[in-house]
Write a protein that binds this ligand. Structure first.
Ligand SMILES: *Cc1c(COP(=O)(O)O)cnc(C)c1O
Length: 239
């Protein structure tokens, strides 16, 4: 094994152990939680290593970087998740490779995603990104819609051609009532997911937790954790 491959394999094994321990502590079967490795700022060669090591889900947050990387890795059996703030002028490109867009947070974006999914003959999974630092009906500083805006957006996704409503996503807020209280934030997201599933029973995905707080996310009931740094290393500033 090359040094880089060895390093990634070791990191991945440690993250796997953390997820398994968190599942055990929560009394949840390990298969309930899917690891998504966030590959932003890291090269396609690392994505290839991840795929060889058995990773099946990767995530990116900027189209300029993600599009060429996904193209280079098109031969790999990977699902690509888009997790960054998404401008409508990038939607055509993103729909070309993303299986799931986790950052759906406004109706204009839904309309654009639907149009491009239909055009491309693809079905794109959508998560509503929830901002827990925005008040009931505001918008998050790093994207996301306040809890009061979920239902309307979810209904719009569910009736849009080419789109599939998969569930909810959040990033633990740095400000507001949930700052520094990841577990409480993720539990709030779970409550919102329970409400959503009353009207959209198949929207079961709950994407929460990153390198620093995946344990709290698993404890709260997350189905997907998005881990970058703990698998690939500390990123250079940008990204
Ligand atoms: C970068 C990023 C992650 C991963 O964060 P780490 O702290 O590196 O694990 C997760 N989710 C989103 C939306 C991100 O942008």
């Amino acid at each position: 094994m090359t040094d880089r491959r060895e390093q990634i394999a070791g990191n991945l094994a440690r993250v796997e152990e953390r997820i398994a321990a968190a599942c055990a502590a929560a009394g949840r079967p390990r298969q309930e939680v899917t690891l998504i490795v966030v590959t932003k700022t890291y090269p396609a060669a690392d994505v290839r290593v991840l795929s060889e090591l058995g990773v099946r889900h990767v995530a990116e947050n900027r189209d300029q970087e993600a599009a060429p990387k996904a193209a280079e890795c098109a031969d790999l059996p990977l699902s690509w998740h888009f997790v960054g703030q998404l401008q409508t002028n990038k939607v055509r490109s993103v729909v070309g490779y993303a299986d799931v867009v986790q950052s759906v947070d406004r109706s204009r974006l839904v309309t654009a995603l639907s149009k491009e999914a239909v055009r491309a003959g693809r079905e794109v999974g959508c998560l509503i990104q929830v901002a827990l630092d925005a008040g009931e009906s505001g918008r998050g500083e790093r994207g996301g819609v306040g809890p009061g805006g979920i239902e309307e957006l979810a209904d719009l996704v569910a009736r849009s051609e080419g789109l599939r409503l998969d569930g909810l996503m959040t990033v633990a807020p740095l400000t507001g009532e949930y700052a520094g209280r990841q577990q409480a934030a993720f539990e709030r997201l779970m409550d919102l997911s329970t409400s959503l599933r009353a009207s959209h029973p198949t929207a079961t995905m709950v994407s929460a937790g990153m390198s620093a707080d995946l344990e709290q996310a698993v404890a709260a009931g997350a189905t997907h954790v998005r881990v970058g740094t703990a698998v690939l290393g500390v990123r250079p500033r940008l990204g």
